[in-house]
Write a protein that binds this ligand. Structure first.
Ligand code: NAP
Length: 345
């Protein structure tokens, strides 16, 4: 059995990691860390885990990495990079769920996160943890940067199009809608019940921090620098993330051709389900699972592809994708502990 520790075990992604890992057949839980809740029992802070995990929360220290095989960092961005250089001194593999190692260019990180990167020399060592695109590199990595939730849905929706060079790369618009758990467990005005319930609102138009991450990965696939217009929205639901991508096509393509191309692109991917031609992705059909559902449509009047993708932001958008990466890094079957149907209704 491999020993697994979680830093930030009391947050939404940390609790989701635990929910999955306690049933994973090849691992056992070692240490769990927290900041404000250090010293308490995990079940006191995460009552859903009562009877599954009975452990005291400790503060993050380098010793934790020395005593486990894999350490998940479910910490706020800018916190992870304060710890990673010291944690990497051990042989432990690290999967960081924050944004700190996702961008290859430290200057881009500084511009979008308004703080200089503390260890830019580690960025080239970190592998972007989207298995469908970087499986080979993930298997060999010691440090994996788990993708953001919006980028996961957006990149998977567009990868087949940009790689094929069918898209007019100046025309990409991504309209995304996220459940409130995407903002984490800490209190903030916008995520309070009275503010988020019965309300749909755009935010971060033109400057959301997930934009450069989406552009980095799509540019890599396209073989040229491209930019996207990314419009996130907060939805009055707990989990789920729907992306609708609009892309002008360089040449007329019919729906069946587009659909068959997507189906072929993802034919070996257990966790990407390409829906029948003309069906649209729905967050209710992937809840609680590691699946990303993708639906394609062609607006023939405007020669535009419209692609919908649905994920659970806490699962394929964060914690289950992190476990998919862990499985690859440990050399075990990628689907271990993850292959289950979504919750419905
Ligand atoms: N929520 C999502 O859907 C989602 C999706 C993809 C990626 N992510 C990313 O994953 C990371 C975790 O997200 P989350 O939603 O789980 O956040 P969260 O609910 O706010 O939890 C944050 C965790 O980090 C701990 N923490 C806070 N400040 C710390 C510090 N200075 N030192 C050590 N530990 C500290 C907290 O401990 P205490 O509880 O003791 O304060 C808590 O366990 C973030 O970087 C986020 O952007 C989140």
């Amino acid at each position: 059995m491999k020993k697994i520790s979680i830093a930030g075990a009391t947050g939404y992604t940390g609790i989701e990691l635990l929910r999955l890992l306690v049933k994973h057949p090849e691992v056992e839980i070692a240490a769990l860390t927290a900041e404000s809740h250090a010293g308490k029992n995990i079940a006191a802070v995460a009552p859903s885990l009562k009877g599954w995990v009975d452990q005291s929360l400790v503060k993050l220290s380098p010793q934790i990495a020395q005593e486990c095989d894999v350490l998940f960092l479910a910490l706020p961005h800018t916190t992870s990079m304060k710890h990673v250089p010291e944690l990497l001194q051990s042989d432990c593999k690290i999967i960081d769920l924050s944004a700190d190692y996702r961008l290859q260019d430290a200057g881009v990180y500084g511009d979008w996160y308004q703080t200089p990167h503390l260890n830019p020399e580690l960025l080239s060592q970190a592998v972007y943890g989207l298995p469908e695109l970087h499986r080979k590199a993930i298997k060999k990595a010691q440090l994996v940067a788990n993708p953001g939730c919006y980028p996961t849905g957006a990149i998977l929706a567009l990868a087949p199009l940009v790689q094929q060079d069918w898209a007019d790369s100046t025309s990409i618009i991504l309209d995304s809608k996220s459940g409130v758990s995407g903002a984490g467990r800490k209190l903030s005005q916008g995520t309070q019940f009275c503010e988020a319930n019965e309300s749909v609102a755009a935010y971060g138009l033109g400057d959301h921090r997930h934009t450069p991450e989406i552009e980095q990965e799509l540019s890599g696939l396209a073989g040229q620098q491209l930019t996207v217009t990314f419009s996130p929205h907060l939805m009055p639901m707990t989990r789920g993330l729907l992306t609708t991508a609009y892309v002008s096509l360089k040449n007329a393509i019919d729906l069946q051709t587009l659909h068959d191309h997507f189906a072929k692109f993802y034919k070996n991917e257990r966790f990407v389900r390409v829906l029948e031609a003309g069906q649209y992705a729905n967050t209710a059909h992937v809840a609680g699972s590691n699946f990303c559902d993708i639906g394609v449509q062609v607006d023939t009047r405007n020669q535009r592809a419209i692609v919908t993708s649905a994920i659970d932001n806490l699962m394929k958008g964060a914690s289950s994708q992190a476990i998919q990466n862990m499985n690859l890094m440990l050399g075990i079957d990628e689907t271990t502990g993850l292959d289950a149907p979504p919750l419905f209704p």
